[in-house]
Design a protein around this ligand. Structure first.
Ligand SMILES: Cc1cc2nc3c(=O)[nH]c(=O)nc-3n(C[C@H](O)[C@H](O)[C@H](O)COP(=O)(O)O)c2cc1C
Length: 350
């Protein structure tokens, strides 16, 4: 079975390639009567769009979303919502030399092994551009969450090995990395610029928090909230690890240090990250995604061509020096899809 559909009640199917005519999403299972305008979706897409900084790709992606169906006079009708984003700034020339050569770290080798044919232009469906469709669908899910008072927000907590040491929501809103530590943000930007000049790229860690989520969401035993969140984030090309709450650090704690004590007023701490036994506790959900450095680098690397001959490659074309901050709205979108789906599943259960 192919894997282009996500969700149980709020079901999203995405389609399209980086350098094809367009990409988009079909959402089935969105409740009727929800206020929805193209502007709601556009705001989210604008956050994912490249540009505006030396370290981001010079590609001009307009990412204008069109709602083709499922909305009448500004309200969802309960019928499938089709969202289309046309690819307007297509320049495939730089990819011609990749027709027969595999980029290390990208999907070129594995797509060829799996399908025996691949669209080499811009990485085809393995391109980060595919995530525009997820962001569009996530914006619709966010509308469902907003009317229940649930908010989803992401930030950068680490980049190129520089971790935040302080947290200020105001600071996160004031820099393009959405980094809550302004001093760390400045050091991250300097490192990013140095890596870009060297023809290299950097990775980082995105943290997403869900506030206002009621207790009781999640479907044990296979569709636990944490399991579905992990799948959602790991499904983003570039994400190599996911943590919830204390995450990997929990393995280094004693039970007495890891447990969140309970009192009449609720939980004293939130090392569980808002999920116990796969079910939300009513606390903030805290989830982190580790993103690897962008694979397409200008530095020379060893590789092979489709015939197995050794080659060296230096990737030209338009690539970011770091997937952060563009991946933040993508992580938020995937979390919105999971939480909205589980909210609807819980309503269907009761
Ligand atoms: C928003 C976004 C933008 C991306 N931009 C690029 C890019 O410009 N160049 C590149 O090589 N990879 C880029 N990637 C990462 C690749 O899509 C990803 O590494 C590839 O699909 C292989 O998947 P994997 O890293 O999970 O193994 C981007 C990913 C995202 C989410």
């Amino acid at each position: 079975m192919s894997g282009n559909t996500f969700g149980v009640i709020f079901r999203v199917t995405t389609f399209g390639e980086s350098h094809g005519p367009g990409l988009g999403a079909v959402i089935d299972g969105c409740p009727p009567g929800l206020d929805l305008a193209e502007a709601d979706i556009q705001d989210e897409l604008d956050r994912r769009r490249p540009g505006g900084h030396a370290a981001s790709t010079p590609r001009r992606e307009e990412d204008r979303v069109e709602i083709l169906s499922g909305v009448f006079e500004g309200k969802t009708t309960g019928t499938p919502i089709a969202l289309l984003i046309r690819n307007l700034d297509i320049d495939s020339s730089a990819y011609e030399e990749l027709r027969e050569v595999f980029r290390p770290g990208h999907g070129d080798f594995t797509y060829m092994k799996k399908y025996g044919i691949r669209d080499h232009r811009g990485g085809g469906r393995a391109s980060g551009r595919e995530t525009a469709a997820r962001v569009a669908a996530g914006a619709v899910a966010r509308r469902i969450l907003a009317r229940e008072g649930i908010a989803v927000s992401g930030c950068t907590v680490e980049l190129g090995g520089i971790a935040i040491e302080t947290r200020s929501e105001a600071a996160a809103g004031s820099n393009r990395l959405r980094c809550p530590d302004p001093e760390a943000a400045a050091r991250m930007e300097a490192l990013l610029e140095e890596a870009r000049r060297a023809g290299d790229t950097l990775g980082g860690i995105v943290e997403v928090r869900v506030t206002g989520c009621p207790a009781g969401l999640g479907e044990p035993v296979f569709d636990k909230m944490d399991a579905d969140l992990a799948k959602a984030l790991m499904g983003i090309g570039t994400v190599k690890g996911v943590e919830i709450g204390a995450g990997f650090q929990a393995a280094r704690l004693r039970g007495s240090q890891c447990n969140d004590p309970l009192g009449p007023g609720g939980f004293g701490t939130n090392r569980a990250g808002g999920v116990l036994a796969g079910i939300t506790t009513g606390q903030e959900i805290v989830i982190r995604a580790a993103c690897k450095p962008i694979a397409s680098i200008a530095l020379e690397q060893d590789t092979i061509d489709i015939h197995g001959n050794p080659k060296t490659i230096s990737v030209r074309g338009r690539h970011d020096a770091c997937v952060i901050p563009r991946v933040i709205p993508v992580c938020e979108a995937m979390v919105c899809l999971v939480v909205a789906d589980h909210l609807l599943r819980q309503k269907a259960n009761r």
